[in-house]
Design a binder for this molecule. Structure first.
Ligand SMILES: [Mg+2]
Length: 187
């Protein structure tokens, strides 16, 4: 299925590890940050996606390095503070090995992934990106030569004309199935 065995997995946040309780994957999750009634209380309206915790724990047991990588429109320092509050809220401190934010542009995650892999001395072919955004997760990783899985959603029904998405999953629970194929991972 992939070019090489995977040693490290990058997970997107919004729409991947958590999403708005009321809209789930029916609507792009970012609406929650600009809703006037919700304001700064968005954490109370976000829930972990089904299978997220089970999946992450299984991967951790397999010795896979787990990275949370989410895009923020804020400056890096502010983005880190906002991300930390979410990690604390969902009690993910012990689950992920590392937490990074990326800049709000299509190349953002690809650039961050390349930088992190270089720092950790891990090959691109040993990395996987999982997210719900075609442009910000899937394409961003693919463009720097990293495998990616796109989570299907109602807001990502149609990829841009002429573009083919080769690898999609309907939710994190599909990754649990992929896990049973131990050949995918490096021990
Ligand atoms: Mg997302």
């Amino acid at each position: 299925m992939f070019k090489n065995k995977k040693k490290i997995i990058f997970f997107d946040g919004d729409g991947t590890i958590w999403y708005p309780q009321s809209s789930k994957r029916k609507k792009a999750p970012h609406w929650i940050y600009s809703d006037k009634n919700i304001g700064d209380n968005y954490l109370e309206h976000l829930i972990l996606t089904p299978s997220a915790l089970v999946l992450l724990k299984k991967l951790k047991k397999l010795g896979i390095i787990l990275i949370l990588l989410s895009t923020y429109p804020h400056f890096p320092k502010e983005a880190d503070i906002l991300q930390k509050a979410k990690i604390k809220h969902f009690k993910l401190e012990e689950i992920f090995d590392d937490f990074y934010t990326s800049r709000n542009k299509q190349e953002g995650k690809g650039e961050a992934i390349v930088r992190i892999l270089r720092k950790k001395h891990i090959l691109k072919s040993q990395a996987l990106m999982v997210g719900d955004s075609y442009r910000f997760d899937y394409l961003s990783a693919k463009r720097v030569g990293v495998d990616a899985l796109l989570i299907k959603s109602e807001y990502m029904k149609h990829p841009p004309r002429g573009k083919k998405i080769q690898k999609t999953i309907s939710g994190l629970k599909d990754l649990v199935g992929i896990l049973s194929n131990k050949n995918i991972f490096i021990k």
